[in-house]
Design a protein around this ligand. Structure first.
Ligand SMILES: C[S@@+](CC[C@H](N)C(=O)[O-])C[C@H]1O[C@@H](n2cnc3c(N)ncnc32)[C@H](O)[C@@H]1O
Length: 292
């Protein structure tokens, strides 16, 4: 069965898309408000004057340069929380050079869906795990988590977030490795997982310079995922950012690999609800399989 959907992350106490328009967005990240470029916000903003503690200026796209102009009251980092049905997860936010804030708020709805599907003791792999909020959401639900990212810095930040969340002792394996290299090895070892989370970049490099190129490598990643899912697996989630790709293109990829398992395949857009008018700002696309 296949559905085409829109997955919307609603604002929460520590995060909100306050307003958007004119190619920019105004967001709350904890007690600070920041303006970031947002090419898809082609409409007019709800309000002409945006009070903010900082703005990311310049830079043509995700990788294209630019820098933060921050007021003096903005610290190097500040703690934030995301509530989950199994309890809150905490993480450090900061103004990173790539215009990010150290976490991806629009993953909120995906994290909730994932947490609802996994069971205590499940083995969950969070690939391209970055600062680990997804790993902590799974650990909060009692999963045994394997967190993999190519960046030593990101994995270190993820471990700090686990400590901040009181999950330093949770069963989480922290691994710095190249995605495809790790997955191929896991298949050779006969490893099996109940849940798989993939949030690859458009382009990336492994610790030894291995090149990840999404359109070229996604088919192999999905095929390796097929081989790593346990017979009683529950979920497999793929999210994709910042690329000229329709969610419909992900559907046959997942259908071919996971369709024979039965269950449900959903693809669609992800977005964030704007607080000013309730409109949805699109942020990424997703494809996911669940056994239900
Ligand atoms: C979009 S971010 C992931 C965001 C994360 N899922 C989250 O919700 O916080 C992409 C991540 O992929 C990692 N990465 C890039 N190339 C990689 C590779 N070849 N193997 C493993 N990780 C890679 C980057 O270090 C970055 O942390």
């Amino acid at each position: 069965m296949t559905g085409l959907g829109v997955l919307v992350t609603e604002p929460w106490a520590d995060f909100g898309l306050v307003d958007s328009g004119g190619g920019r967005k105004l967001e709350r990240h904890g007690r600070f408000r920041f303006i970031r470029p947002e090419p898809q916000a082609m409409w007019a903003p709800a309000s002409p004057d945006w009070r903010a503690d900082g703005e990311f200026v310049g830079g043509s796209d995700e990788e294209g340069g630019g820098r933060w102009q921050l007021n003096s009251n903005v610290p190097d980092r500040w703690a934030m929380q995301r509530p989950t049905p199994a309890g809150p997860v905490a993480f450090w936010a900061s103004n990173t050079p790539f215009r990010h804030l150290g976490y991806f708020p629009d993953m909120g709805a995906q994290w909730d869906w994932l947490q609802a599907a996994i069971r205590p003791g499940d083995r969950v792999l969070n690939m391209f795990g970055y600062t680990g909020v997804g790993s902590l959401v799974a650990a909060r639900a009692g999963a045994q988590v394997t967190h993999v990212d190519a960046s030593k810095k990101s994995v270190a930040a993820a471990r700090e977030n686990a400590a901040l969340s009181g999950l330093a002792e949770a069963p989480i394996r922290w691994i710095v490795d190249d995605a495809l290299k790790f997955l191929r090895r896991e298949v050779r070892r006969g490893s099996r997982y109940h849940g798989l989370i993939f949030d690859p970049p458009k382009y990336g490099r492994g610790p030894d310079g291995e090149v990840w190129q999404l359109e070229r490598d996604l088919p192999e990643l999905v095929d390796l995922a097929r081989q790593l899912l346990a017979d009683d697996a529950r979920v497999c989630v793929l999210t994709v950012y910042a690329i000229r790709l329709s969610a419909l293109a992900l559907q046959p990829l997942l259908e071919q690999a996971l369709g024979p398992r039965g269950g449900r395949i959903e693809v669609g857009d992800m977005g964030v609800r704007e607080e000013a008018r309730g409109l949805i700002l699109p942020t990424a696309i997703f494809a996911r399989w669940s056994a239900l």
